[in-house]
Design a binder for this molecule. Structure first.
Ligand code: SF4
Ligand code: SF4
Length: 397
Protein backbone atom coordinates (compact mmCIF):
# COMPACT_ATOMS: atom_id res chain seq x y z
CA UNK A 1 0.00 0.00 0.00
CA UNK A 2 1.06 3.56 -0.48
CA UNK A 3 0.91 6.37 2.01
CA UNK A 4 2.29 8.87 -0.44
CA UNK A 5 0.28 11.40 -2.34
CA UNK A 6 -0.98 11.33 -5.88
CA UNK A 7 1.23 13.00 -8.46
CA UNK A 8 0.36 14.18 -11.94
CA UNK A 9 1.21 11.45 -14.43
CA UNK A 10 2.68 11.67 -17.92
CA UNK A 11 0.25 10.87 -20.74
CA UNK A 12 1.82 7.47 -21.55
CA UNK A 13 1.17 6.44 -17.91
CA UNK A 14 -2.42 7.61 -18.30
CA UNK A 15 -2.73 5.55 -21.47
CA UNK A 16 -1.30 2.49 -19.70
CA UNK A 17 -3.79 3.02 -16.85
CA UNK A 18 -6.66 3.25 -19.33
CA UNK A 19 -5.60 -0.02 -20.96
CA UNK A 20 -5.31 -1.74 -17.57
CA UNK A 21 -8.72 -0.38 -16.60
CA UNK A 22 -10.25 -1.82 -19.72
CA UNK A 23 -8.66 -5.25 -19.08
CA UNK A 24 -10.30 -5.21 -15.64
CA UNK A 25 -13.70 -4.54 -17.12
CA UNK A 26 -13.23 -7.27 -19.75
CA UNK A 27 -11.71 -9.86 -17.39
CA UNK A 28 -8.53 -10.13 -19.46
CA UNK A 29 -5.58 -11.73 -17.68
CA UNK A 30 -2.68 -9.25 -17.61
CA UNK A 31 -0.58 -10.08 -14.57
CA UNK A 32 0.54 -13.31 -12.97
CA UNK A 33 2.33 -13.52 -9.65
CA UNK A 34 4.03 -16.90 -9.45
CA UNK A 35 5.32 -18.27 -6.17
CA UNK A 36 7.79 -20.74 -7.67
CA UNK A 37 8.85 -22.40 -4.42
CA UNK A 38 8.28 -22.14 -0.69
CA UNK A 39 11.90 -23.13 -0.06
CA UNK A 40 14.05 -20.30 1.20
CA UNK A 41 17.55 -19.64 2.50
CA UNK A 42 16.32 -17.02 4.99
CA UNK A 43 13.84 -17.43 7.86
CA UNK A 44 12.47 -13.92 8.24
CA UNK A 45 10.64 -13.36 11.48
CA UNK A 46 7.72 -11.49 9.86
CA UNK A 47 7.22 -13.79 6.84
CA UNK A 48 3.61 -14.78 6.01
CA UNK A 49 4.82 -18.13 4.67
CA UNK A 50 6.02 -21.21 6.54
CA UNK A 51 9.11 -21.59 4.40
CA UNK A 52 10.99 -24.86 3.90
CA UNK A 53 14.79 -25.31 3.95
CA UNK A 54 16.45 -24.47 0.61
CA UNK A 55 17.37 -28.06 -0.22
CA UNK A 56 14.17 -29.70 1.02
CA UNK A 57 12.60 -32.29 -1.28
CA UNK A 58 9.12 -30.99 -2.07
CA UNK A 59 7.23 -33.61 -4.06
CA UNK A 60 4.33 -31.31 -4.98
CA UNK A 61 6.45 -28.55 -6.50
CA UNK A 62 5.86 -28.04 -10.23
CA UNK A 63 8.53 -29.71 -12.37
CA UNK A 64 10.51 -27.80 -15.01
CA UNK A 65 8.48 -29.14 -17.93
CA UNK A 66 5.22 -28.20 -16.18
CA UNK A 67 6.54 -24.67 -15.64
CA UNK A 68 7.44 -24.37 -19.31
CA UNK A 69 3.94 -25.51 -20.30
CA UNK A 70 2.37 -22.95 -17.96
CA UNK A 71 4.49 -20.19 -19.53
CA UNK A 72 3.16 -21.24 -22.95
CA UNK A 73 -0.38 -21.08 -21.59
CA UNK A 74 0.23 -17.64 -20.09
CA UNK A 75 1.56 -16.36 -23.41
CA UNK A 76 -1.42 -17.82 -25.22
CA UNK A 77 -3.73 -15.93 -22.82
CA UNK A 78 -1.88 -12.67 -23.54
CA UNK A 79 -0.30 -12.20 -20.12
CA UNK A 80 1.94 -9.13 -20.02
CA UNK A 81 3.41 -8.91 -16.49
CA UNK A 82 5.02 -11.88 -14.80
CA UNK A 83 6.36 -11.69 -11.27
CA UNK A 84 8.53 -14.59 -10.13
CA UNK A 85 8.72 -14.89 -6.37
CA UNK A 86 9.18 -17.44 -3.60
CA UNK A 87 10.23 -18.39 -1.03
CA UNK A 88 13.54 -17.70 -2.68
CA UNK A 89 13.45 -18.03 -6.48
CA UNK A 90 17.12 -19.02 -6.68
CA UNK A 91 16.47 -22.02 -4.43
CA UNK A 92 15.08 -23.62 -7.62
CA UNK A 93 17.96 -25.25 -9.52
CA UNK A 94 16.02 -24.73 -12.76
CA UNK A 95 15.26 -21.05 -12.15
CA UNK A 96 17.21 -19.76 -15.16
CA UNK A 97 15.82 -22.42 -17.46
CA UNK A 98 12.31 -21.21 -16.59
CA UNK A 99 13.13 -17.50 -16.51
CA UNK A 100 15.03 -17.63 -19.81
CA UNK A 101 12.03 -19.29 -21.43
CA UNK A 102 9.79 -16.58 -19.93
CA UNK A 103 12.13 -14.03 -21.50
CA UNK A 104 11.74 -15.68 -24.91
CA UNK A 105 7.97 -15.50 -24.47
CA UNK A 106 8.32 -11.75 -24.00
CA UNK A 107 6.82 -11.22 -20.54
CA UNK A 108 7.70 -8.12 -18.59
CA UNK A 109 9.61 -9.82 -15.79
CA UNK A 110 9.82 -8.79 -12.17
CA UNK A 111 11.97 -10.89 -9.83
CA UNK A 112 11.53 -10.93 -6.05
CA UNK A 113 14.60 -12.23 -4.20
CA UNK A 114 16.61 -11.75 -1.04
CA UNK A 115 19.66 -11.66 -3.30
CA UNK A 116 22.02 -13.57 -1.03
CA UNK A 117 22.98 -16.10 -3.73
CA UNK A 118 23.74 -13.45 -6.34
CA UNK A 119 27.42 -13.49 -7.32
CA UNK A 120 28.95 -11.88 -10.45
CA UNK A 121 28.18 -14.78 -12.78
CA UNK A 122 24.58 -15.00 -11.62
CA UNK A 123 24.22 -11.22 -11.89
CA UNK A 124 25.32 -11.53 -15.55
CA UNK A 125 22.59 -14.09 -16.20
CA UNK A 126 19.99 -11.93 -14.48
CA UNK A 127 21.04 -8.91 -16.55
CA UNK A 128 20.70 -11.04 -19.70
CA UNK A 129 17.03 -11.62 -18.78
CA UNK A 130 16.47 -7.85 -19.07
CA UNK A 131 14.01 -7.90 -16.18
CA UNK A 132 11.82 -4.86 -15.70
CA UNK A 133 13.03 -4.86 -12.09
CA UNK A 134 14.63 -7.01 -9.44
CA UNK A 135 13.09 -6.33 -6.04
CA UNK A 136 15.35 -7.15 -3.09
CA UNK A 137 14.22 -7.19 0.52
CA UNK A 138 16.37 -5.15 2.89
CA UNK A 139 15.22 -4.58 6.44
CA UNK A 140 17.77 -2.21 7.90
CA UNK A 141 20.77 -0.04 7.26
CA UNK A 142 22.44 -1.98 10.06
CA UNK A 143 23.75 -5.46 9.32
CA UNK A 144 22.98 -6.67 12.81
CA UNK A 145 19.29 -5.64 12.71
CA UNK A 146 18.78 -7.10 9.22
CA UNK A 147 20.48 -10.39 10.11
CA UNK A 148 18.36 -10.69 13.25
CA UNK A 149 15.22 -10.42 11.10
CA UNK A 150 16.39 -12.86 8.39
CA UNK A 151 17.99 -15.16 11.01
CA UNK A 152 20.93 -15.64 8.63
CA UNK A 153 24.39 -14.35 9.44
CA UNK A 154 25.98 -12.08 6.82
CA UNK A 155 22.69 -11.85 4.91
CA UNK A 156 22.83 -8.00 4.97
CA UNK A 157 26.30 -8.01 3.47
CA UNK A 158 25.24 -10.48 0.75
CA UNK A 159 22.06 -8.59 -0.15
CA UNK A 160 24.07 -5.37 -0.36
CA UNK A 161 26.48 -7.16 -2.71
CA UNK A 162 23.53 -8.13 -4.90
CA UNK A 163 22.35 -4.51 -5.13
CA UNK A 164 25.81 -3.43 -6.27
CA UNK A 165 26.35 -6.26 -8.76
CA UNK A 166 22.96 -5.68 -10.39
CA UNK A 167 23.35 -1.93 -10.48
CA UNK A 168 26.79 -2.27 -12.12
CA UNK A 169 25.10 -4.27 -14.89
CA UNK A 170 22.35 -1.71 -15.46
CA UNK A 171 19.57 -3.81 -13.87
CA UNK A 172 16.80 -1.74 -12.30
CA UNK A 173 16.60 -2.62 -8.61
CA UNK A 174 14.03 -1.89 -5.94
CA UNK A 175 14.77 -1.92 -2.20
CA UNK A 176 11.67 -3.34 -0.59
CA UNK A 177 11.21 -2.87 3.13
CA UNK A 178 8.32 -4.11 5.23
CA UNK A 179 8.22 -1.70 8.14
CA UNK A 180 8.31 -3.22 11.60
CA UNK A 181 8.93 -2.05 15.15
CA UNK A 182 12.57 -2.92 14.59
CA UNK A 183 13.14 -0.64 11.60
CA UNK A 184 10.40 1.97 11.20
CA UNK A 185 12.50 4.81 12.60
CA UNK A 186 15.16 4.01 10.00
CA UNK A 187 12.91 4.91 7.09
CA UNK A 188 14.87 8.00 6.05
CA UNK A 189 18.21 6.20 6.39
CA UNK A 190 16.85 3.34 4.27
CA UNK A 191 15.63 5.79 1.66
CA UNK A 192 19.09 7.38 1.55
CA UNK A 193 20.79 4.00 1.29
CA UNK A 194 18.52 3.01 -1.61
CA UNK A 195 19.47 6.19 -3.42
CA UNK A 196 23.18 5.50 -2.90
CA UNK A 197 22.67 2.00 -4.32
CA UNK A 198 20.81 3.37 -7.34
CA UNK A 199 17.65 1.56 -6.24
CA UNK A 200 14.05 2.69 -5.98
CA UNK A 201 12.69 2.49 -2.43
CA UNK A 202 9.36 0.88 -1.49
CA UNK A 203 8.01 0.34 1.99
CA UNK A 204 4.94 -1.30 3.44
CA UNK A 205 3.71 -0.94 7.03
CA UNK A 206 1.30 -3.90 6.83
CA UNK A 207 2.47 -7.09 8.52
CA UNK A 208 -0.07 -9.90 8.51
CA UNK A 209 -0.43 -13.26 10.23
CA UNK A 210 0.98 -16.28 8.42
CA UNK A 211 -1.16 -17.92 5.74
CA UNK A 212 -1.32 -20.92 8.08
CA UNK A 213 -2.99 -18.69 10.70
CA UNK A 214 0.08 -18.56 12.98
CA UNK A 215 0.39 -15.18 14.65
CA UNK A 216 4.15 -14.90 15.23
CA UNK A 217 4.66 -12.16 12.59
CA UNK A 218 2.27 -9.84 14.44
CA UNK A 219 4.80 -9.36 17.24
CA UNK A 220 6.76 -7.27 14.75
CA UNK A 221 3.83 -5.17 13.57
CA UNK A 222 4.08 -1.40 14.08
CA UNK A 223 2.53 -0.09 17.26
CA UNK A 224 -0.25 2.45 16.87
CA UNK A 225 2.22 5.19 17.92
CA UNK A 226 4.66 4.01 15.23
CA UNK A 227 1.91 4.15 12.61
CA UNK A 228 0.94 7.69 13.60
CA UNK A 229 4.62 8.69 13.49
CA UNK A 230 5.06 7.12 10.05
CA UNK A 231 1.99 8.82 8.60
CA UNK A 232 3.12 12.13 10.10
CA UNK A 233 6.32 11.77 8.08
CA UNK A 234 4.96 10.36 4.85
CA UNK A 235 1.28 11.13 4.43
CA UNK A 236 0.03 13.55 1.81
CA UNK A 237 -2.89 15.42 3.37
CA UNK A 238 -4.57 16.44 0.08
CA UNK A 239 -4.49 12.92 -1.33
CA UNK A 240 -6.48 11.58 1.62
CA UNK A 241 -8.82 14.48 2.17
CA UNK A 242 -9.90 14.41 -1.49
CA UNK A 243 -10.32 10.65 -1.58
CA UNK A 244 -13.83 9.29 -1.98
CA UNK A 245 -14.76 5.62 -1.89
CA UNK A 246 -18.19 5.26 -3.47
CA UNK A 247 -20.60 2.48 -2.44
CA UNK A 248 -20.48 0.95 -5.92
CA UNK A 249 -16.65 0.95 -5.98
CA UNK A 250 -14.54 -2.19 -5.82
CA UNK A 251 -12.18 -1.97 -2.88
CA UNK A 252 -9.33 -3.39 -4.98
CA UNK A 253 -8.72 -5.02 -8.32
CA UNK A 254 -9.14 -8.58 -7.04
CA UNK A 255 -10.11 -11.24 -9.61
CA UNK A 256 -10.32 -8.76 -12.47
CA UNK A 257 -7.06 -9.09 -14.44
CA UNK A 258 -4.52 -10.92 -12.28
CA UNK A 259 -3.90 -14.19 -10.49
CA UNK A 260 -1.46 -15.95 -8.19
CA UNK A 261 -0.02 -19.42 -8.83
CA UNK A 262 1.55 -21.27 -5.91
CA UNK A 263 4.46 -23.78 -6.12
CA UNK A 264 2.08 -26.74 -6.48
CA UNK A 265 0.15 -25.12 -9.32
CA UNK A 266 -2.86 -23.97 -7.31
CA UNK A 267 -4.38 -20.79 -8.68
CA UNK A 268 -5.73 -18.03 -6.43
CA UNK A 269 -7.04 -14.50 -7.01
CA UNK A 270 -4.12 -12.81 -5.24
CA UNK A 271 -1.39 -13.28 -2.68
CA UNK A 272 -3.73 -12.64 0.26
CA UNK A 273 -6.98 -14.35 -0.74
CA UNK A 274 -6.45 -18.09 -0.90
CA UNK A 275 -9.78 -19.03 -2.46
CA UNK A 276 -8.74 -21.71 -4.91
CA UNK A 277 -9.80 -21.24 -8.53
CA UNK A 278 -8.20 -24.46 -9.76
CA UNK A 279 -4.89 -26.24 -10.33
CA UNK A 280 -2.82 -26.07 -13.50
CA UNK A 281 -2.19 -29.83 -13.30
CA UNK A 282 -5.92 -30.55 -13.61
CA UNK A 283 -6.94 -27.86 -16.07
CA UNK A 284 -5.37 -25.43 -18.49
CA UNK A 285 -4.79 -21.90 -17.30
CA UNK A 286 -7.41 -20.74 -19.81
CA UNK A 287 -10.03 -23.11 -18.39
CA UNK A 288 -9.28 -21.90 -14.89
CA UNK A 289 -9.41 -18.24 -15.95
CA UNK A 290 -12.56 -18.60 -18.01
CA UNK A 291 -14.55 -21.17 -16.05
CA UNK A 292 -13.83 -20.91 -12.33
CA UNK A 293 -16.69 -19.21 -10.46
CA UNK A 294 -14.14 -17.62 -8.07
CA UNK A 295 -13.42 -14.67 -10.38
CA UNK A 296 -17.01 -13.59 -10.83
CA UNK A 297 -17.82 -14.07 -7.15
CA UNK A 298 -14.87 -12.08 -5.81
CA UNK A 299 -14.73 -9.60 -8.67
CA UNK A 300 -18.32 -8.56 -7.96
CA UNK A 301 -17.66 -7.41 -4.39
CA UNK A 302 -18.24 -3.69 -4.01
CA UNK A 303 -18.21 -1.54 -0.88
CA UNK A 304 -21.99 -2.01 -0.76
CA UNK A 305 -21.50 -5.73 -0.10
CA UNK A 306 -19.36 -5.12 2.99
CA UNK A 307 -21.79 -5.21 5.91
CA UNK A 308 -19.72 -3.07 8.30
CA UNK A 309 -17.37 -1.14 6.01
CA UNK A 310 -20.14 0.28 3.82
CA UNK A 311 -21.31 2.62 6.57
CA UNK A 312 -17.92 3.21 8.14
CA UNK A 313 -17.03 6.90 8.49
CA UNK A 314 -13.36 6.04 7.97
CA UNK A 315 -13.76 4.26 4.66
CA UNK A 316 -12.25 7.18 2.71
CA UNK A 317 -9.14 6.88 4.87
CA UNK A 318 -8.93 3.12 4.57
CA UNK A 319 -7.07 0.85 2.16
CA UNK A 320 -9.05 -2.27 2.84
CA UNK A 321 -7.87 -5.76 1.90
CA UNK A 322 -10.27 -8.73 1.74
CA UNK A 323 -7.31 -11.01 2.39
CA UNK A 324 -6.31 -9.55 5.75
CA UNK A 325 -9.99 -9.60 6.76
CA UNK A 326 -10.17 -13.27 5.83
CA UNK A 327 -6.97 -14.15 7.72
CA UNK A 328 -7.99 -12.23 10.84
CA UNK A 329 -11.73 -12.70 10.96
CA UNK A 330 -12.36 -15.79 8.82
CA UNK A 331 -14.63 -13.62 6.64
CA UNK A 332 -13.37 -11.66 3.69
CA UNK A 333 -16.30 -9.25 3.88
CA UNK A 334 -15.57 -8.29 7.50
CA UNK A 335 -13.59 -5.23 8.55
CA UNK A 336 -9.88 -5.93 8.70
CA UNK A 337 -8.46 -4.78 12.03
CA UNK A 338 -5.07 -4.14 10.40
CA UNK A 339 -6.71 -1.78 7.93
CA UNK A 340 -8.94 -0.25 10.63
CA UNK A 341 -5.99 0.74 12.78
CA UNK A 342 -4.20 2.25 9.76
CA UNK A 343 -7.35 4.27 8.98
CA UNK A 344 -7.54 5.36 12.62
CA UNK A 345 -3.91 6.47 12.51
CA UNK A 346 -4.59 8.53 9.35
CA UNK A 347 -7.58 10.13 11.06
CA UNK A 348 -5.34 11.02 13.98
CA UNK A 349 -2.70 12.65 11.76
CA UNK A 350 -5.28 14.57 9.73
CA UNK A 351 -6.85 15.91 12.94
CA UNK A 352 -3.39 16.93 14.21
CA UNK A 353 -2.84 18.76 10.91
CA UNK A 354 -6.27 20.41 11.32
CA UNK A 355 -7.37 18.91 8.00
CA UNK A 356 -10.21 17.15 9.83
CA UNK A 357 -12.26 18.49 12.77
CA UNK A 358 -11.06 17.28 16.18
CA UNK A 359 -14.35 15.42 16.69
CA UNK A 360 -14.29 13.59 13.35
CA UNK A 361 -16.32 10.48 14.14
CA UNK A 362 -14.87 7.12 15.03
CA UNK A 363 -17.34 4.45 13.93
CA UNK A 364 -18.98 2.77 16.92
CA UNK A 365 -17.55 -0.67 16.04
CA UNK A 366 -14.06 0.85 16.27
CA UNK A 367 -14.46 2.83 19.46
CA UNK A 368 -13.27 -0.02 21.64
CA UNK A 369 -10.30 -0.51 19.35
CA UNK A 370 -9.54 3.18 19.45
CA UNK A 371 -9.48 3.42 23.24
CA UNK A 372 -7.50 0.22 23.53
CA UNK A 373 -5.02 1.49 20.97
CA UNK A 374 -4.59 4.66 22.98
CA UNK A 375 -3.81 2.62 26.07
CA UNK A 376 -1.68 0.12 24.17
CA UNK A 377 -4.05 -2.60 25.28
CA UNK A 378 -4.68 -6.05 23.86
CA UNK A 379 -7.30 -6.48 21.18
CA UNK A 380 -9.30 -9.66 20.93
CA UNK A 381 -9.73 -10.82 17.36
CA UNK A 382 -11.34 -13.79 15.77
CA UNK A 383 -8.85 -15.43 13.46
CA UNK A 384 -9.31 -18.30 11.08
CA UNK A 385 -6.76 -21.09 11.13
CA UNK A 386 -6.59 -23.03 7.88
CA UNK A 387 -9.93 -23.98 6.34
CA UNK A 388 -11.84 -25.47 9.22
CA UNK A 389 -10.47 -24.35 12.51
CA UNK A 390 -11.70 -21.03 13.84
CA UNK A 391 -10.89 -19.88 17.35
CA UNK A 392 -10.73 -16.73 19.42
CA UNK A 393 -7.20 -15.51 19.97
CA UNK A 394 -5.56 -12.44 21.34
CA UNK A 395 -3.63 -10.21 19.01
CA UNK A 396 -1.24 -7.71 20.44
CA UNK A 397 -1.82 -4.62 18.36
S1 SF4 B 1 -7.55 -8.69 -1.50
FE1 SF4 B 1 -5.80 -7.54 -0.70
S2 SF4 B 1 -3.97 -8.43 -1.63
FE2 SF4 B 1 -5.77 -9.12 -2.79
S3 SF4 B 1 -5.95 -7.66 -4.49
FE3 SF4 B 1 -7.25 -6.93 -2.83
S4 SF4 B 1 -5.97 -5.52 -1.62
FE4 SF4 B 1 -4.62 -6.74 -2.93
S1 SF4 C 1 -11.69 1.35 8.79
FE1 SF4 C 1 -12.20 -0.81 9.18
S2 SF4 C 1 -14.45 -0.83 9.22
FE2 SF4 C 1 -13.81 1.11 8.26
S3 SF4 C 1 -13.78 0.69 6.06
FE3 SF4 C 1 -11.73 0.27 6.83
S4 SF4 C 1 -11.71 -1.94 7.31
FE4 SF4 C 1 -13.85 -1.29 7.12
Amino acid sequence: MSVEGAQSEPSNVNLYNQIIDSTRKRHRLVSVHWEMTYRCNEKCTHCYLDVLPPNAKVPGELATNECIRILDEMAELGVLNLTLSGGEIFARHDFFQIAEYARIKGFLLRLFTNGILIKPEMADRIAALHPYAVELSLYSTQAEVHDRITQVQRSWELTMRAFRLLHERGVRTVMKTPLMRENVREIFALEKLAKELGAQFKFDPTITAKDSGALDPLEHRLTFADLVWLFEQKMDTAAWIDREIKPEAHTCGIASNSMLIDPSGNVFPCVSVRSKAGNVRDQSLREIWEQSPVWARLGAITVNELPVCRTCELRNLCVRCHGTAQTEQGDLLAPSMVNCREALARRQVLIDRQALPFNYPIPSHLQALSSKEAGGDILTNKVQFGEHNTRIIQVNC
